[in-house]
Design a protein around this ligand. Structure first.
Ligand SMILES: O=S(=O)(O)c1ccc(O)c(O)c1
Ligand SMILES: [Fe+2]
Length: 334
């Protein structure tokens, strides 16, 4: 019996987060980061960046406990939703078809799975179109977020995560490896940039962060200034700075529920078929911050729990490798 064909994933498309206070979350994600509200009711907020032409790239839904409801990848054709269903069924994973109108607002026929890493993942093709805001400069505000760029997930077994996403046809742009090439972290892509998904070694399945892109580094700096100017600097967790991996300029924040978001700009093209993986040594203290600034402990250790298809929190397994325990200068742990 031949192995089922993997769905043709186009890109990381949206995340659905559970937040405990929707108005406070609206302030953080819409007012301060600059997402545009595409739809809202008393329990749900659908948001998108200025460049995004589809209904949303972030859904916030009210709930009792902060969690990741699911991440979602857009696939190239409606038939790829069927392929995704067959692919994960064959792996023996929990699978649930979600017909149009019965799932997330704005999304058509979809399939939700718990993948081999324990993450709730949706694959969809049909999504409502939205008004083009690319040149509505009059509507830009806050950090002026342009689009969702990537998911970063905490998982205890990085090689297993790498193998799973390779089986879905993802390329690998960069890695962090030990002296014996043990894999500490990897950045993997379908769209032609550094990543749609990346893996941080740690207890998992947990969501480490959502990466959202701006066009310019001054918008990353403005984001930090906006929070500082209204005495909300405690939302800033790490940065601003320049990554070694990806070469992107970055700032990490925590939303009112502790969900981590990275405001990120200026990584690079990865679209040639012979694109080579760039490998960093875990002892290179420029890998996570090119200027050698330390990575604070909370960035390695804290993350968001994820829900199963039944809405209950997924059990978490401890990490096999702990990068924060590796003695290097810049992390301030040497
Ligand atoms: O800190 S790293 O340079 O490894 C890094 C690179 C790209 C990212 O998106 C990220 O979150 C972290
Ligand atoms: Fe990131």
């Amino acid at each position: 019996m031949t192995a089922p064909t993997a769905p043709d994933v186009i890109r990381s498309a949206y995340a659905q987060l559970v937040v405990t206070d929707l108005p406070r979350a609206r302030w953080f994600w819409a007012d301060m980061l600059g997402f545009h509200v595409q739809y809202e009711d008393r329990d749900t907020l659908c948001l998108r960046g200025s460049d995004e032409l589809t209904h949303h790239s972030l859904v916030l839904r009210r709930g009792a406990e902060a969690a990741l409801d699911h991440i979602a990848y857009r696939v190239r054709t409606p038939e790829d939703v069927d392929r995704a269903e067959a692919f994960f069924t064959r792996l023996g994973r929990p699978v649930r078809r979600v017909p149009a109108g019965q799932g997330t607002k704005g999304i058509g026929d979809a399939v939700r799975v718990v993948d081999p890493l324990g993450f709730p993942v949706e694959f969809f093709h049909d999504i409502e179109r939205a008004e083009r805001l690319i040149q509505r400069y009059d509507l830009r505000h806050g950090a002026e977020i342009a689009r969702l760029d990537h998911f970063n997930i905490c998982t205890p077994d990085i090689p297993a995560a790498y193998a799973h996403y390779r089986s879905l046809g993802f390329g690998c742009s960069e890695t962090i490896e030990g002296d014996e090439h043990e894999l500490y972290a990897a950045w993997m892509y379908r769209k032609q940039t550094v990543h749609d998904v990346a893996f941080t070694g740690g207890a998992g399945p947990r969501l480490h962060h959502l990466g959202v892109a701006t066009h310019e580094s001054h918008q990353v700096l403005r984001c930090a200034d906006l929070f500082g100017s209204i005495r909300k600097e405690h939302h800033i967790e790490r940065g601003p700075g320049r990554h070694g991996v990806s070469n992107a300029f970055y700032l990490y924040l925590r939303d009112p529920d502790g969900h981590r978001v990275e405001v990120y700009t200026s990584d690079y093209y990865t679209g040639d078929p012979d694109h080579e993986t760039y490998r960093w040594n875990v002892h290179d203290d420029r890998r996570r911050d090119f200027w050698g600034n330390a990575v604070i402990e909370s960035w390695y250790k804290e993350a968001t729990p994820v829900l199963g298809l039944d809405g209950t929190p997924q059990p978490v397994m401890d990490s096999l490798l702990d990068e924060s325990a590796v003695q290097v200068g810049a992390d301030g742990l040497g």
